[in-house]
Structures are given as C-alpha cells and as structure tokens.
Ligand binder design. Sequence first.
Ligand SMILES: C[S@@+](CC[C@H](N)C(=O)[O-])C[C@H]1O[C@@H](n2cnc3c(N)ncnc32)[C@H](O)[C@@H]1O
Length: 214
Amino acid sequence: MSDAARTPFEAPAWCNQSVCYTPEGLEVGGKQVMQYWERPLMRQLASYATRRRGRVLEVGFGLGISANYIAEFGCEDYCVIEAHPLIAEKARAWAATQSIAVKVVEDFWQNVVGRLGVFDGILFDTYPVDADAASNNYKSFLPCAQSFLANEGVLTYYSEETREFRSDHLQRILEHFDTVEFTVVEHLRVPVNCRYWKHDHMVLPCLSRPRVRR
Ligand SMILES: C[S@@+](CC[C@H](N)C(=O)[O-])C[C@H]1O[C@@H](n2cnc3c(N)ncnc32)[C@H](O)[C@@H]1O
C-alpha cells in the first residue's frame, strides 16, 4: 500500500509538546528525549550509516549529534525525517550551515518514508511518541526498511540492548535481514539522573542483506 493510501499516522500530543534544551540534553514535554552522554553511541551509529557513503537517511533529528557525525564522516546526500515542528526547525537551521546536500522532512516517518527514494545507509533513533510506539519503536520500522534500503545498504539503530542481547530481538532482526554485526560501545558516562539508561555500555547492531530484495 502506498503512503498516500494509508491513514496518516498522527500524534498531535507529541507535536504540541514544549521543547527544552537543558545542560544534559533535550526534553520534550518534560521527558528526557536525548542526552549528550550518548555521543559515543551516535558516533558509532553514524559510522555504520555512512559506511557506503551514498544516500543516508536518518529518522529523528533530536540534538543533531548523529547528524553532525554523519556530515563529518561524509555522504552524497543526507535526508532527515523529524516529527516535532520545533526540532524540525532546528534541523533546517543546521542544514543551512552544511556543505553536504541536506533534506529535512517534517513529518512522522510512518507517513513519508516510502516516497523518499532508496538509501545506502539508514540511522533510526526515534522516541516513543505514544503508547503504541512505546512498545513498538524499531519493531515496526524493521519490516518496512527493506523496501527503501539498497540491496547492499545498511540499517542501524539505537537498540537499548546490553551484552544480554534479547533473543526475541535477534530473532526479529533475522526475520528481515540475513546479516547483522554488533559493536559494544563501552565506557558510557550516564548521569545518575538519566531516566532511560543506566548501563555503562550498549550493543549497537548493523543490519545488512535484507531478506526481501528490491
Ligand atoms: C532520541 S532523539 C534523536 C537523537 C539524535 N540521534 C541525536 O543524535 O541527537 C528522537 C527524535 O525522534 C523524533 N521522532 C520521534 N518519533 C518520530 C517519528 N515517528 N517520526 C519522525 N521523528 C520522530 C523526536 O521528535 C526526536 O527529535
């Protein structure tokens, strides 16, 4: 089904939330969405996503940390989908300062991702904007990514996994991709008041060879 034929994904409560830039990072509606301690994670994700250079898609601009790494590592062009209007505005301001070609799409990925072309690298790092997304997140993205990822392309994402990588998560990956490699990002300096991560490491996956080739 084309994007246009689907009922649009909407989460007005998210788009109307206040945005606050704090010394620790980004809060939306009082919720911790992104923090600076995640830099080593973003660097690794960007390194994966730019492996083939080419066309890179990022989902979720946040603080633009991974976007900066993507620009630093280099690619032919970069497209970011960002749902929150105030954060999308930040992304546009950032785009104006970049030397690589940047496209900012202000929407939920669910509404637009199928009409942006094919990508060589995809970096997925969103935040649960409603109850469904809270239990879904990357799970709903994995099956559709196959249709806009180049056959030799790679998909990486914020996994929320430790060395005890959950077997159901791995199984889900292998349902859709034939190859996955992992990097353990160590020595994370997570502040004690961080409400969403407490470990000193995270395991980041890089998926390739989608099972359904385009
Ligand atoms: C964790 S932040 C991204 C952090 C980013 N990687 C960085 O380095 O700063 C998550 C972002 O995803 C956006 N977002 C959440 N759900 C989304 C969706 N369904 N489509 C597009 N953007 C989404 C949020 O508004 C937020 O800006």
